[in-house]
Design a binder for this molecule. Structure first.
Ligand code: DGI
Ligand code: FE
Ligand code: FE
Length: 200
């Protein structure tokens, strides 16, 4: 799809432009994480025959709303008419995914629906994810700057050998972590876990 020189040039330009925006919008740590997710997503795309430019761009944008304060996240969602679930109201950090996907379209002028939905579902996942949704969800978890999480070596290996098994391992780990923390678990996180549990 992006094989023509014109398309590649357009993508290169977009990537350069969004990289600059993210450096401005994110703190240093989040910016480093963002670049690392983008590179990891590009590599996973190469492994699974997906367009690496698209995967890189989605990685670059996935946390674009992360450094907005909780209060501002809530007010922006209200302003743009984005629904807020009770779990999201209690945990406004969860909103950075859906708000980020809205901003990717409206502010960063991304029209590609694959990228928009990969950003929207990068925190909770969703049942029966597309290739790009899985690539971003997994890259977010395995990128090299992430603090060492349980079973990381196995999960990193699975990312490049069995993508659905990798999804299930990450979901298991996340649900265990949230349960231990006594945090509210979003319905969609549980539905995603059930989906991949049944699939395998
Ligand atoms: O934005 P990042 O930190 O890079 O990563 P992320 O968007 O995956 O967010 C990670 C956090 O989201 C992590 O602490 C686990 C949490 N999370 C994932 N699913 C749920 C959740 N938190 C709650 N409260 N409920 C969920 O269902
Ligand atoms: Fe995130
Ligand atoms: Fe992230």
């Amino acid at each position: 799809m992006n094989n023509s020189p014109e398309m590649r040039k357009e993508f290169e330009h977009k990537i350069a432009e969004i990289t600059k925006c993210m450096k401005k919008k994110l703190d240093d740590k989040r910016y480093l994480h963002t670049l690392s997710v983008a590179y990891t997503a590009g590599c996973m795309a190469m492994r699974y025959g997906y367009d690496p430019y698209k995967a890189y761009l989605a990685g670059l944008l996935h946390d674009n709303a992360k450094c907005i304060t909780h209060g501002k996240k809530l007010s922006l969602c209200a302003k743009f008419g984005l629904e807020i679930s009770p779990v999201e109201r209690e945990n406004p950090d969860l909103l950075h995914a859906r708000l980020g996907s809205f901003l990717a379209r409206e502010k960063y002028e991304v029209e590609d629906e694959d990228i928009i939905s990969a950003i929207a579902y990068h925190t909770t996942g969703k049942p029966d994810m597309t290739m790009l949704e899985k690539i971003i969800y997994i890259s977010d978890y395995i990128e090299i700057h992430r603090k060492p999480l349980p079973n990381m070596e196995e999960i990193r290996t699975l990312a490049f050998s069995d993508i659905d098994a990798c999804m299930l391992r990450i979901l298991e780990s996340t649900i265990t972590y949230l349960t231990e923390k006594k945090a509210d678990i979003d319905e969609i996180t549980l539905e995603t876990y059930d989906f991949y549990k049944k699939l395998l």
